[in-house]
Write a protein of this length. Structure first.
Length: 198
């Protein structure tokens, strides 16, 4: 007999999980609400987590930012995939910040929005997105809110975690930013040394 699938979302459990991670990190924790908050409803998820104290929200691409609409005045929205050649108009029309992921995106942003705040991703070993550490000279002149990297093996006890942390610290010492973020959800569970870098 076929039974329709049903998923019940408990917003109090969602809030509890976010608070647990934020407490574990010991620093302000953001929330990825990309892909419609992984199917949970981006606006509803943002509303629940904002009520719990979350102030930084992340989507993947500019159409997601546009669909989400306005965020609370004391919160920020960040677009993880930066500013591609076809994204400039949407980025300039939005209050969301881009995460610049390449030298080309840095150059594009400097030309399109000189002085406007952005985030930057540094590749410390994930080899997926981000400027290489030897490319950071391109960041001169940027106003950076958050300098990011991303752990490749955050859910494992792996030597690469410590290596990435060290690389990130070396870059962070050279790149002025308001904040620095390395640990994702799994990364906050590695321990306070990694989480406190977030």
């Amino acid at each position: 007999m076929h039974r329709p699938l049903r998923l019940t979302i408990d917003s109090s459990a969602l809030v509890h999980n976010w608070r647990w991670l934020a407490d574990r990190a010991g620093v302000p924790a953001g929330a990825a609400i990309k892909a419609d908050a992984y199917g949970l409803g981006a606006r509803e998820t943002m509303r629940a987590l904002h009520g719990a104290g979350c102030r930084d929200f992340f989507v993947s691409v500019w159409p997601e930012a546009e669909e989400l609409g306005a965020v609370p005045g004391d919160a920020s929205l960040v677009v993880l995939h930066g500013v591609g050649p076809d994204d400039v108009e949407a980025a300039l029309a939005s209050t969301a910040r881009p995460v610049l992921n390449s030298v080309e995106q840095v150059s594009r942003w400097k030309q399109a929005a000189p002085g406007r705040v952005c985030d930057v991703m540094i590749d410390t070993g994930m080899n997926r997105l981000g400027l290489r550490p030897d490319e950071i000279a391109a960041l001169n002149g940027l106003s950076i809110d958050t300098l990011h990297s991303h752990l490749a093996c955050a859910d494992e006890d792996h030597d690469l975690n410590a290596a990435q942390l060290q690389r990130f610290r070396e870059v962070a010492a050279q790149v002025p930013a308001k904040r620095y973020s390395l640990a994702n959800s799994a990364g906050t569970c590695i321990g306070p040394t990694t989480a406190s870098t977030s």
